[in-house]
Ligand binder design. Sequence first.
Ligand SMILES: C[S@@+](CC[C@H](N)C(=O)[O-])C[C@H]1O[C@@H](n2cnc3c(N)ncnc32)[C@H](O)[C@@H]1O
Length: 298
Amino acid sequence: MNSDSSSSLIIDEQIFSHLPVLPQEVIAGLAVSAGGHYLDTTVGGGGHSRLILQTAPDVQLTAIDQDEDALAAAKKELAEFGDRVKFIQSNFAAYPFPDATFNGILADLGVSSYQLDTPERGFSFRHTASLDMRMNQQASLTAADVINEWEEAELADIFFKYGEERLSRRIARRIVERRPFDTTTELAEAIASAVPPKYRYGRIHPATRAFQALRIVVNDELKSLETFLAKAPNALVPGGRIAVISFHSLEDRLVKHGLRNSPLLRVLTKKPITAQESEIAHNPRSRSAKLRIAERVN
Ligand SMILES: C[S@@+](CC[C@H](N)C(=O)[O-])C[C@H]1O[C@@H](n2cnc3c(N)ncnc32)[C@H](O)[C@@H]1O
């Protein structure tokens, strides 16, 4: 079994932290230096962006997020840096990457603690909320649309493919029997009722994988990542670095191959960089983070 297929899917729905993951590793990996212009394609709460901006007084940053609330929060968080930061609301896949512009590009994938902790966004089954899960509030497809309208076979397929859920068929069957669903908690309970007791009381909640699959589908996350990996390298200056942090094996596989297959890049991380025990102890979200870095060679 290669390292890709053996890497497990670990999602921490319970414990969130507002701290940026792998902070020193990202700053060192991007080789952030005075006078540089950096692109943070997932500014979120602004944690990594702040670290980049603090490295030197003349560092410039372009900050992207597709979530208007995240962008508003990041604007506040980074207000002290004034016009050194430019904010853009966009999916990173849709961003018109300018040629040879940035000294470093960062993507810290997935949802932010802010999104998970805001019940009405519908990302978490720990709060009762409508089934939404859109990172971009203007997007039309919601988790409710998928759950209530898609065919049973399609649901089973996405749970299997994007959640790596072994019990995808019986979960899909139970959902179709009991739908329509309005809320996250109703859905999570139906999923829990579809699985054997052993599974129900396991290390993670039985709905975790199905919720991850739904989130990936609603936000078209893997397609966006592939587009990003194809377009971003050309926006680096020669010698510029790209750093990508992923949180599950489906993403990490795309990152690994995307960086390796780019004719513009040389991969600097043979194996992904992971968090030290000391970081995991104070930031549990870092436990599943994998950082890969590459440098533009031509
Ligand atoms: C894990 S958080 C980033 C946290 C940030 N690095 C920090 O230190 O605060 C991921 C953020 O990326 C955004 N995001 C995820 N996929 C995106 C995409 N395809 N385009 C733009 N933003 C995206 C999410 O809305 C979320 O705010």
